[in-house]
Design a protein around this ligand. Structure first.
Ligand SMILES: Cc1cc2nc3c(=O)[nH]c(=O)nc-3n(C[C@H](O)[C@H](O)[C@H](O)COP(=O)(O)OP(=O)(O)OC[C@H]3O[C@@H](n4cnc5c(N)ncnc54)[C@H](O)[C@@H]3O)c2cc1C
Ligand SMILES: NC(=O)c1ccc[n+]([C@@H]2O[C@H](COP(=O)([O-])OP(=O)(O)OC[C@H]3O[C@@H](n4cnc5c(N)ncnc54)[C@H](O)[C@@H]3O)[C@@H](O)[C@H]2O)c1
Ligand code: SF4
Ligand code: FES
Length: 808
C-alpha cells in the first residue's frame, strides 16, 4: 500500500518527539518530510543554557543526528523555512520555492524571543536567547567584550546571566518587576534567590523599564524610563517568547495568540495539526517541554488511528538550571482569601517552603533551598489528592524523615514522578530495568525517555538503578556501556568478538544479546569498526552499518546535497588535475568550488545522483573528506623551494598519505609535515605532526586544532624517513586497537597517558607487531569510487534519487 505523505514544519523538540512517538506506533504509515529553519538536526534547546554555562558542548546536545533521519527514511530539509501553506491544494511552499504535497501536515514551529520594540533594538550586540546561533554569538562576543546586560529576570534571563558570568563577562540583570521570577516565585523566595545570585556575581537593576538601546552601529548602553543609563557591550533580551505563527497566518488556519487546536491537536483546517509552543490549547500556550511532549504523544496516536485519551492541559512545574540554586515551583504562587498556606522559613539554612491549599487539595508549591519533596508534592497537586486527613508536617515532608538516597527511593511509591519533563514515574523505570535488563542511566534514558531533556532527574534515575539492581549495580558501567542497546562496555565487546570469533555486526548483536536486535546509530558503526580492526586479514565491511557520510562516500550537506573532495596527496596538484576539476565543476553546474582547510579543492552542492559519474569523470582517488580515517597530510613547500627548509616535507607528506589513505581509524586523523621549526604546516595541532630539523625529524602526536585545542606532544626525534614511517605506523595501529570508536587521539592520549604510549612505541618488538597488523589491514582497501563506478548494484542502492520533493 502506498504510504501517506506527512509533512512537518519545524524540526524542534516538540515536533521531533511527535515523530518519534509516531514511529513507535505506526512506523510504516507515512513517508515523512521535515522542514527546519535552522541548519542543524534536532537538538536539545533546553541544554543551550548548559552550553552557555560551559558545562557541555553543542555537539553533545544533538538529540537526533543526521543518521537518525536517514535510518527512519525521513527527508529532512534544514536551513529551509516554509513560507506558505496552501491547504486547498494540500501543499507547502518553502523559501527556496520547493513545493511539497501532503496528506497530513504538522505545524511545529515553536516560538522566537520577544524583542522589545524600542529604538536601537536592531543594533549589533543585541540578541535573544533561543537557538544555537544566539548561543554562539554570545560565546564569541565574550571573547572581545566584557560588559553584558540581560533584560528580564525570568528563567531564561537568569540562566543566560549565569552563562555570561562563566564566560568572564560582568553582568547586570534588568528587571521590570519588584522581584525576580515573579511568575514562579513569591517575594520571599525571590529575595533569597536574588541574594544567592548576587553572591555569585550578578548585579540587579530592579523595577527598570528600558526605553532605548544606545550606541552607533553597535550597542554601547541602555537608557531607562527614569533617565538613568547603564553601559553594555552585549544586550540579551529574555523577556518572554512569541509563538511562530506567521506561516499559518495567510492560510485559513485559525489563530488567536497561537494556532488554536482541540484536544487532539487538530486545527480548524482538516489534516492540519499544530503541536508545541506554536499551538494554543484551551487558551494556553506552553513554554516548557513536559506539556509539549504530552501533546506530541496524543497527536502521534491520533494520526496512527489509536484513539488516544484527549489532551486536557498540563499543570507546570519549574526549576532553574543555575548551579548553587535549588528551587521548584508549581501551580499558584500567591495566597488569596480562598487559600490556606503552610509556610516554613529557615533563614539560617536558606530554606523556604510554601504550600497553598484550597478546598483540601494542593493549589500551589514554592520551594527554595531544599526541593527534595518537590516531585511528591507535585504529584499531590496534579492528582488533586485530598489532604484533609494529613498533618502539615506530613504534607510538607511526606510520611517519614528519610535521608539517604536508597531509602528515599525505597519509600517512593511506584506512581511517583521522577522525570517531570517526560512524565516518567519510578514504577515505569523499575519495570524497564527489570524487564529489559538495563544497567546504566543511559540505557534507562533511551528506553523510557527519563533524563532526555533537562537532565535534572538523572541522579534520581541512578539512585533507582542502584536500588533496583542491589549488588549487581556497577558504578563503572554507568559511563562505559557502548550504547543503550547493550550493557557491555567497549572493551567487553572487543574481548567477546575475539574470544567467540564473531565475524559480523549481526552476529555480534545476536550472540551478545543486544536488547535491540537491529542496534542503533551509535553501536552499529562502532561494532563494524571494532570487527574490522580485530580481523586484520579479512573483513567484509558492513557498509550499511556505517555512519551516513561513510556509507555514501560523500559528505551530506545541510540542504541534502553532497560534497566531492578528490585526494591531493600532500596538498600537491597538477595542471592536469586542476583542469579535470574545473571541467567537472562546469559540467555538473557545481554551485561552490572551494579550497579546503586541508590543502585540497572541494566541490560543494552536488546532487546525489551525479556523484558516480562525477567521480568517473574526475578519475581521481577519493579524499575521504567524510571518513573516520586519514583525512589530509598538510605540507609546507619545504627544502625543495623554501630557503629555510631542511627536509623534504612534501615528499614525506605524500608518502605518508599514500601509505595510510583509506585506513579505518576510530576517528578522523590529520597529519602535518613542516620542513623546519617555523612550522608553516601547523604540525603541532595535528594527530601526527612532523617537523624537520637538521639531520632528521621531530615527531609530534595527539594535537588538535578543533574545538578542544591541544598542542601535540613531542614523542621522539628520528633521523630517517624509514624511522618516521615505522613510528607513525605503530602509533596509528596502537590508536586503532585501543581507542574507543569516535575518540580522537587527543582525548585518547589523555586517557591512556602519554608516558604509557611512549613506552609502547619505544619497544621495537611491539612496534614490529603493530606494523605487521597494520600492513595486513592496509592490503584489503580498494578505491571506493572505482568500485561504485564498476558496480551497478552499488549505484542503484546508494545513488539513485528516492522521493525528493520536486522544486517548483
Ligand atoms: C535556553 C533555553 C532553556 C530552556 N530550558 C528549559 C527547561 O529547563 N525546561 C523546559 O521544559 N523547557 C525549557 N526551554 C523551553 C523548551 O526548549 C521549549 O519549550 C521547546 O524547545 C519548544 O519546542 P517546540 O518544538 O515547540 O519549538 P522549538 O524547539 O523552538 O522548535 C521549532 C523549530 O521550528 C523552526 N521553524 C520555525 N518556523 C519555521 C518555518 N516556517 N519553517 C521551518 N521551520 C521553522 C524553528 O527554527 C525551530 O527550530 C528552554 C528554552 C531555551 C531557549
Ligand atoms: N529552567 C526552565 O524551565 C527554563 C529556562 C529557560 C527558558 N525557559 C522557557 O523559555 C521561555 C522564555 O523564558 P523567559 O524567561 O524569557 O520568559 P518568561 O516570560 O518566563 O519571563 C520573562 C521575564 O522578563 C520580565 N520582563 C518582561 N518585560 C520586561 C522588560 N521590559 N524589562 C525587564 N524585564 C522584563 C518579566 O517580568 C518576566 O519575569 C519560557 O517559556 C520559559 O519557560 C524555561
Ligand atoms: S616550515 Fe620552514 S621550510 Fe616549511 S615553508 Fe615554513 S619556513 Fe619554509
Ligand atoms: S526532569 Fe528534565 S529530563 Fe527528567
Amino acid at each position: 500500500m502506498e504510504k501517506k505523505k506527512l509533512v512537518m514544519i519545524g524540526n524542534g523538540m516538540a515536533g521531533i518527539r511527535t515523530i518519534e512517538e509516531l514511529l513507535k506506533v505506526a512506523p510504516d504509515q507515512y513517508e515523512i518530510t521535515i522542514f527546519g529553519k535552522e541548519p542543524h538536526p534536532n537538538y536539545n534547546r533546553i541544554q543551550l543554557s548548559t552550553v552557555l554555562q560551559g558545562d557541555t558542548t553543542i555537539n553533545d546536545i544533538i538529540m537526533n543526528d543526521w543518521a537518525w533521519y536517514e535510518e527512519n527514511q525521513i527527508q529532512l530539509f534544514t536551513n529551509e523555512s516554509i513560507e506558505k501553506i496552501d491547504s486547498n491544494n494540500k501543499q507547502v511552499v518553502s523559501a527556496k520555492g520547493r513545493v511539497v504535497n501532503y496528506d497530513d501536515l504538522i505545524i511545529a514551529t515553536g516560538s522566537r524571543s520577544f524583542i522589545l520594540p524600542i529604538p536601537g533594538a536592531d543594533k549589533k550586540g543585541v540578541v535573544g536567547f533561543r537557538d544555537i546561533a544566539n548561543c554562539e554569538e554570545m560565546i564569541n562576543t565574550a571573547k572581545d567584550y566584557k560588559k553584558a546586560v540581560v533584560i528580564g529576570g525570568g528563567l531564561l534571563g537568569l540562566e543566560a546571566a549565569r552563562g555570561l558570568l562563566n564566560l568572564g563577562m560582568t553582568v547586570d540583570v534588568v528587571h521590570l518587576m519588584p522581584h525576580l521570577m515573579e511568575r514562579q516565585l513569591d517575594a520571599v523566595a525571590a529575595k533569597m534567590l536574588k541574594t544567592e545570585l548576587e553572591q555569585q556575581g550578578m548585579n540587579f537593576l530592579m523595577e527598570k523599564k528600558t526605553t532605548e538601546i544606545i550606541g552607533q552601529d553597535r550597542v554601547t548602553g541602555l537608557r531607562f524610563s527614569d533617565g538613568s543609563e547603564v553601559e553594555a557591550d552585549l544586550v540579551v533580551m529574555a523577556i518572554g517568547i512569541t509563538p511562530n505563527v506567521q506561516v499559518a497566518k495567510e492560510s485559513d488556519i485559525y489563530i488567536n495568540r497561537a494556532i488554536v487546536v482541540n484536544d487532539y491537536m487538530e486545527t480548524n483546517v482538516k489534516h492540519v495539526y499544530a503541536v508545541g509552543e506554536c499551538a494554543e490549547h484551551r487558551e494556553i500556550t506552553y513554554g516548557l517541554v513536559a506539556p509539549l511532549y504530552e501533546q506530541g504523544k496524543v497527536l502521534a496516536e491520533h494520526l496512527a488511528g489509536k484513539q488516544p485519551k484527549p489532551y486536557e492541559g498540563t499543570i507546570l512545574g519549574t526549576q532553574l538550571k543555575v548551579s548553587g540554586v535549588d528551587l521548584f515551583s508549581a501551580g499558584e504562587i500567591y495566597e488569596d482569601e480562598t487559600t490556606k498556606s503552610i509556610i516554613v522559613q529557615n533563614e539560617y539554612d536558606g530554606v523556604y517552603k510554601k504550600v497553598l491549599i484550597r478546598d483540601q487539595v494542593l493549589a500551589g508549591i514554592v520551594l527554595y533551598g531544599d526541593t527534595k519533596d518537590g516531585n511528591r508534592l507535585f504529584k499531590m497537586l496534579t492528582n488533586k489528592e485530598d489532604v484533609s486527613g494529613m498533618t502539615s508536617v506530613n504534607i510538607l515532608h511526606g510520611g517519614c524523615g528519610a535521608v539517604d538516597a536508597s531509602s528515599d527511593v525505597a519509600s517512593m511509591p511506584d506512581s511517583e514522578l521522577v522525570c517531570g519533563c517526560n512524565g516518567v514515574t519510578k514504577g515505569t523505570i523499575v519495570t524497564a530495568i527489570k524487564e529489559q535488563g538495563l544497567s546504566s542511566v543511559e540505557q534507562v534514558s533511551s528506553c523510557t525517555n527519563a533524563g532526555r531533556s533537562c537532565g535534572r532527574c538523572k541522579p534520581m534515575v541512578a539512585d533507582i538503578l542502584a536500588y533496583t539492581l542491589g549488588d549487581q549495580f556497577d558504578q563503572t558501567k554507568q559511563k562505559t556501556a557502548l550504547c543503550g542497546c547493550t550493557s557491555l562496555s567497549r572493551d567487553e565487546v572487543v574481548e567477546e568478538i575475539k574470544a567467540k570469533g564473531l565475524q559480523s555486526v549481526k552476529e555480534v548483536m545476536n550472540v551478545l544479546e543486544w536488547k535491540n536486535e537491529e542496534g542503533c546509530s551509535k553501536c552499529r558503526p562502532a561494532v563494524n569498526y571494532y570487527l574490522g580492526m580485530i580481523h586484520v586479514d579479512d573483513y567484509h565491511d558492513a557498509r550499511d552499518s556505517r555512519l551516513v557520510n561513510e556509507k555514501m562516500h560523500a559528505n551530506i550537506q545541510k540542504d541534502g546535497t553532497y560534497s566531492v573532495v578528490p585526494r591531493m596527496y600532500g596538498g600537491v596538484t597538477t595542471a592536469e588535475d586542476l583542469k579535470k576539476i574545473a571541467e567537472v565543476a562546469e559540467k555538473y553546474d557545481v554551485p561552490l568550488v572551494k579550497l579546503t582547510g586541508g590543502q585540497r579543492i572541494g566541490l560543494f552542492g552536488v546532487k546525489k545522483q551525479d556523484l558516480p559519474s562525477m567521480w568517473e569523470d574526475l578519475g581521481m582517488p577519493s579524499g575521504y573528506a567524510y571518513g573516520k580515517t586519514l583525512r589530509t597530510v598538510k605540507t609546507c613547500v619545504g627544502a625543495t623551494f623554501c630557503r629555510f627548509g631542511t627536509q623534504d616535507s612534501m615528499g614525506l607528506g605524500i608518502e605518508l598519505e599514500k601509505k595510510f589513505e583509506r585506513l579505518d581509524t576510530p576517528h578522523k586523523v590529520k597529519m602535518g609535515v613542516s620542513a623546519c621549526p617555523r612550522n608553516c604546516a601547523e604540525a603541532g595541532i595535528k594527530d601526527l605532526g612532523f617537523v624537520g630539523i637538521d639531520g632528521g625529524w621531530e615527531i609530534y602526536v595527539a594535537g588538535n586544532g578543533g574545538v578542544d585545542l591541544r598542542a601535540a606532544d613531542l614523542l621522539c626525534t628520528v633521523k630517517t624517513k624509514e624511522e618516521v614511517m615505522d613510528i607513525s605506523g605503530a602509533f596509528i595501529q596502537y590508536y586503532r586497537e585501543t581507542a574507543n570508536y569516535l575518540e580522537r587521539t587527543a582525548p585518547w592520549i589523555e586517557r591512556l597517558g602519554f608516558e604509557h604510549i611512549k613506552q609502547i612505541l619505544e619497544d621495537e618488538m611491539k612496534r614490529n607487531e603493530l606494523n605487521e597488523r597494520l600492513d595486513k589491514t592496509l592490503k584489503r582497501y580498494n578505491e571506493p569510487w572505482q568500485e561504485a563506478i564498476e558496480n551497478k548494484e552499488i549505484q542503484d542502492k546508494y545513488y539513485t534519487t528516492i522521493s525528493i520533493p520536486e522544486m517548483n
